[in-house]
Design a protein around this ligand. Sequence first.
Ligand code: FES
Length: 263
Amino acid sequence: MPYHDPIITERYERGVLCQLSVRAPELARAARPGHYVLAHCAPPGSADPLLRRAIFLAGADPADGTIELLIDPTERGLAWLADQPVGARLDLFGPLGTPFMLDGRTRNLLLAGAGSALPALIFLARVAVANGVAGLLLAAADSPDHLPPPFLLPPDLEYQSNADGPAALIGLLGAPAPGATIFASPIAWADQICFALTTDLVTPAADAVRAGRIRWGRGFAQAAIAGPTPCGVGTCQSCLIDTREGLRTRCKDGPVFDLRDLR
Ligand code: FES
């Protein structure tokens, strides 16, 4: 998990979101969907703000040595990062965490997310569709400006969204899947489901999967859980999440968990 000294090579404003392409060859080679980086969000030499911000990777291209970040400048650290120009050097630590595990037999992949882990699903959609998997992304946010722009997604990916707030994600899970009969839900259509969730959406998402499947095996539904990660390396114990095996750290034991294991 080395420190990196990467350079911003491209910067685009996507509504309120900011998309950064960052040259970081080592990081790009190691990155997998579900990984995150800890970013120092202040000028060199400044410790204000002190804590690094956790940012889920929205993509990585090992061939050209770049990673992609999609930043929602919801607070001053992320706002500083989103303001940095092309050519600026960043201070990133990572990649960190446990990534998604895509089953090689998966043909129909359902992606469903809201909140700051949502960029991880963009990364996963690109990898899965490039490998011939049929994908459907369901996304919910507080406004259209906070949803992933469709042009960042693979053209073959189906995409449905709702801007009535993050909780609207649960309603989307009951919508008909592409090409399915009116009686089939995306959950019934999927061979595997990968969520990007905030902690308050864990129980409703698990309930939706439980309602939509007769059997629900290990690995079928995974979830990247967003939230503050002050240290990112499992020492401060301030990112604990309740699992069937007791409390676990989101930053190190996650951020991707089997949804069955979460309480
Ligand atoms: S952020 Fe410190 S233990 Fe997870």
